[in-house]
Design a protein around this ligand. Structure first.
Ligand code: KG4
Ligand code: ZN
Length: 345
């Protein structure tokens, strides 16, 4: 293989993003440009992402973001090797905007077009920033997804566990909302929890010791609601105590689930190769969760790899990189009639 340069486009949720990424013949990644426009302000008043507003905003912003990403990269469009676009899963309106734009560029330039599964983007990001060999274990924790995935190779994944109700970021967001902490809730809950009194409220640890490697968070959110309702008036201190109880219980559940997953990985692959635990998704910003993963990985003899935060949250560099990895692996590119998939495991 030779070095490839890929233009990536991401519009599956509430960030409009474009990037140019290079992958060397040896497999090293380099981000040549990476622009992300968050729609946070647009949706904040509604306490969550409004799909129609998101799609309209992608329409009005994407062209100039693509131009900016190309300009910043210094790579003329003619020298780009392929266009990689998130084709699912996500909000259908946004996906259509990204696909139409990517296909138009591919058609106009005659370059190959590659539809990327957003989750594959998250799953492969660690290889853009670090030297990580297959297989490795991935914990993906975002607003839309909570999964433990065995990454065996490019396009070769085994899902070991998923949430049976809310995604973890979603649980943070809902908990913040019911405690009137605003949106997005993850950072707000984490901040409030810092002032919390340990042990004042106790919440169960969901799924503890369950042999399926799944997660469940909606019961916690309901428990927090009931505890909050029993407290009148609901003081700032009580809110902080509830946030700490929530974060503590979530962290213990992740520790338990990941501990079991690392054991299974070791049973299957041994410890000869230096195994790695990789985290991705916006919830990876949470310091308590990160520290717990780091500790658990070290205890099990795993390297712990967390890509820089800007690459953990939604971005187009990860989409461009997934396209580069697919090209390098010799996987087929897509036709221009590729359809978006709002659901795509
Ligand atoms: O990956 P991401 O940016 O978007 C997708 O969902 O794809 O993740 C956003 C999620 C939100 O639910 C947000 O509340 C959560 O990540 N989050 C956090 C923290 N920062 C962001 N959750 C807990 N603690 C944080 N510090
Ligand atoms: Zn994501």
């Amino acid at each position: 293989t030779r070095a490839v340069r890929i233009l990536g486009i991401e519009t599956s949720c509430d960030e409009t993003a474009a990037a140019v990424v290079e992958r060397s013949a040896g497999g090293a990644g380099r981000i040549l440009s990476d622009v992300v426009l968050s729609q946070l302000d647009l949706h904040a008043a509604f306490g969550g992402v409004v799909p129609e507003l998101a799609a309209r905003s992608h329409v009005s912003m994407l062209d100039r973001l693509v131009n900016q990403a190309l300009g910043d990269s210094g790579v003329p469009l003619g020298d780009i090797d392929a266009i990689a676009v998130t084709s699912g899963p996500g909000l259908i309106g946004g996906l259509m905007v990204g696909l139409m734009t990517g296909k138009a560029i591919a058609m106009a330039t005659g370059k190959p077009f590659i539809g990327i599964n957003h989750l594959e983007g998250h799953a492969l990001t660690a290889r853009l920033t670090h030297q990580v060999a297959f297989p490795y274990l991935l914990l993906l924790v975002s607003g839309g997804h909570t999964q433990i995935v065995l990454v065996k190779g490019v396009g070769d994944y085994e899902r070991w566990g998923t949430t049976i109700d809310d995604a973890l970021g979603e649980a943070f967001d809902k908990t913040a909302k019911l405690l009137s902490l605003g949106y997005p809730g993850g950072p707000a809950v984490e901040k409030a929890a810092k002032a919390g009194t340990p042990g004042r409220f106790r919440l169960p640890v969901p799924m503890r010791k369950d042999p399926r490697l799944d997660f469940s968070f909606s019961g916690l959110k309901t428990a927090v609601r009931q505890m909050a309702e029993a407290e009148t008036p609901l003081t700032a201190q009580t809110v902080a105590d509830l946030c700490l109880a929530f974060e503590t219980s979530v962290t213990a559940s992740i520790d338990d689930r990941i501990g079991m997953a690392l054991e299974r990985f070791t049973e299957r692959f041994g410890t000869d190769l230096e195994p790695a635990l990789v985290v991705a998704g916006g919830v990876a910003a949470n310091a308590a969760i990160r520290a717990t993963l780091e500790r658990r990985a070290a205890a099990a003899g795993f390297r712990f790899i967390a890509p820089p935060l800007a690459l953990c949250t939604d971005n187009a560099a990860m989409i461009a990189w997934a396209g580069a990895e697919r090209l390098a692996a010799g996987l087929p590119v897509d036709d221009l009639d590729l359809a978006p998939r709002s659901r795509w495991p």
